[in-house]
Design a protein around this ligand. Structure first.
Ligand SMILES: Cc1cc2nc3c(=O)[nH]c(=O)nc-3n(C[C@H](O)[C@H](O)[C@H](O)COP(=O)(O)OP(=O)(O)OC[C@H]3O[C@@H](n4cnc5c(N)ncnc54)[C@H](O)[C@@H]3O)c2cc1C
Length: 491
């Protein structure tokens, strides 16, 4: 049997797998994505791309094109008129980008292909064995149980194969958790009188909720929206077809005034679980995206968290392949598992708040939420949590508290960090007025403000901060993360 050899095998061509594959290929690694379906997934699913993900996409040259074809929502109106206001986010993107997931998937597929990643569609992974040197993966044509098996051999495997992950099952990982919402209907709808304003709108009764996100796609009769609707009194299995009247009825009751359903495009019924694997790393196999965590769609976190998992993991695998200590790979779990846990918590709280049934509890919620969200510190903490801009990674004792924070907002004399990050590798940002250092292969920039010198990881987070004149610790940080010694940093 032919055995194909690559550095890294990615299972699943969703947003998580495609981001990881593109990043690894950009770093010069041989990488192949194995995808079960013969074509790009046509279902639109996620619709909100958050600020931190837009920064990640900009560091791959993908944000501007996507934004040019998308709606920008400055906030979300939730219960009792309360509003999650995104216009104060500490990011160039003070909004959520509203576009069907298919557009983000396509941009990432183009990115992965342009960087040289191979994508094999129509094949499914059915077996996986790992040893000290690598992982052997068995695949067959999708849907053809008698079809010929093929073997792949890779140093590392990324299981980005979604909520029903085969890779997760093959490494023997449980997926503990439970269903929190069933019979949720997602649809693209044409409305005669959609909510005014450019934001996202949520409406609810004691038994129903409806959520609308505008697409900036309008004709003479009305405008297209992504709708998510739910009815406590009409709970159906996922495979029961969605009736347009079901959608129109919930919209009419939950949104005031009735937005007037004219037409329904793509529609789907699904349920949502809250689950997370205990370990993101299983030897040479890593779980990422929906394969590692699933949660309520409230807050639009699934696709965003998966893309950021991939951005965190890919450069670490590249570093390990270069010679970095294996412990670098453990930091993927250490950094991303707590973030996944937090996403489960915050999207779960929002789902439970929206579907409150008791009139007294609903009244208290409607009274408290608008007032709490008007307090700037609370507003910015909640908005930043959903947008991903306030998330940070831990720093160790003795390190600057800047370590683990994102560097995207550091003002530079020329250009911006996400432009420099379109090439792989770390970036050294020196203090304003400091001379460049002599370090081949290390991208450099100069601060435009008064902050310290910083060493920025390929995923945009600070690895070291200090004075340019005292760079020993910076050299140590670079060596620890990459296995690469740069004497000049220690001078
Ligand atoms: C109906 C629905 C609505 C959703 N709505 C929202 C929303 O509003 N907001 C939000 O943020 N998120 C939403 N999500 C979640 C969001 O779509 C996911 O979080 C996101 O797609 C996760 O990306 P991923 O790459 O990790 O996994 P996926 O996008 O699921 O991609 C995994 C890929 O792996 C492939 N695969 C699986 N098994 C194998 C195998 N054995 N061999 C080869 N390939 C395999 C699959 O075919 C698939 O293409 C929704 C999901 C669904 C299903």
């Amino acid at each position: 049997m032919t055995v194909h050899h690559v550095d890294v095998l990615v299972v699943g061509a969703g947003p998580t797998g495609l981001t990881a594959a593109g990043d690894l290929a950009r770093s010069g690694r041989s990488v192949t994505v194995l995808e079960r379906w013969p074509t790009v997934n046509p279902s639109s699913r996620a619709f909100a791309t958050m600020a931190r993900t837009l920064e990640v996409l900009d560091a791959r040259g993908l944000a501007a094109d996507l934004l040019a074809r998308s709606h920008q929502a400055p906030g979300v109106t939730i219960f009792g008129g309360a509003r999650i206001d995104l216009t104060h986010l500490d990011s160039p993107y003070q909004f959520a980008m509203i576009t069907p997931q298919t557009n983000v998937d396509r941009a990432l597929a183009d990115y992965a292909a342009a960087q040289g990643a191979g994508v094999r569609r129509g094949v499914e992974v059915i077996g996986l064995d790992q040893d000290d040197d690598g992982v052997t993966v068995t695949v067959r044509p999708h849907g053809d149980e008698a079809g010929p098996h093929t073997r792949w051999r890779a140093k590392y495997v990324i299981g980005a194969d979604g909520a029903h992950s085969t890779v997760r099952a093959l490494v023997g990982a449980d997926f503990p958790g439970r269903t929190i919402l069933s019979s949720i209907v997602l649809a693209d709808v044409l409305l005669a009188h959609g909510p005014a304003g450019r934001g996202l709108t949520l409406g609810s009764t004691r038994n129903e909720f409806a959520f609308l996100a505008p697409y900036d796609d309008r004709d003479a009769s009305g405008a297209w929206y992504r709708a998510m609707v739910w009815d406590r009194t009409n709970q159906q299995p996922d495979n029961v077809p969605v009736d347009s009247d079901e959608i129109g009825g919930i919209l009419a009751r939950a949104i005031d005034p009735d937005p007037g359903l004219l037409n329904v495009g793509w529609k789907s019924r699904f349920h949502c679980d809250e689950r997370q694997v205990a370990q993101y790393r299983h030897g040479r196999v890593f779980l990422a995206g929906d394969a590692a965590h699933v949660h309520s769609p409230m807050g639009g976190q699934g696709m965003n968290t998966g893309i950021q998992d991939a951005a965190n993991l890919a450069w670490k695998i590249d570093a390990a392949l270069t010679g970095a200590d294996d412990a670098v790979l453990d930091t993927y779990h250490d950094e991303r598992h707590p973030i996944g846990k937090r996403v489960l918590l915050q999207s779960g709280l929002m789902a439970r708040g929206i579907k409150l049934h008791q009139p007294v509890a609903r009244a208290v919620r409607n009274l408290l939420a608008p007032n709490i969200l008007r307090v700037p510190r609370v507003r910015d903490a909640i908005a930043g949590g959903f947008a991903g801009t306030t998330l940070r990674y831990p720093h160790h004792k003795g390190e600057s508290s800047l370590v683990g924070t994102r560097a995207t907002q550091i003002p530079l004399r020329h250009g911006r960090l996400t432009e420099l990050q379109r090439l792989p590798g770390f970036v050294f940002i020196r203090e304003r007025g400091a001379d460049p250092i002599d370090a081949a292969g290390l991208a450099q920039a100069e601060r435009a403000d008064e902050g310290p010198a910083v060493l920025v990881r390929p995923d945009g987070y600070i690895a070291w901060a200090g004075a340019s004149t005292d760079r020993t610790a910076g050299a140590e940080a670079l060596a620890r993360w990459t296995g690469r010694e740069l004497d000049c940093l220690a001078k």
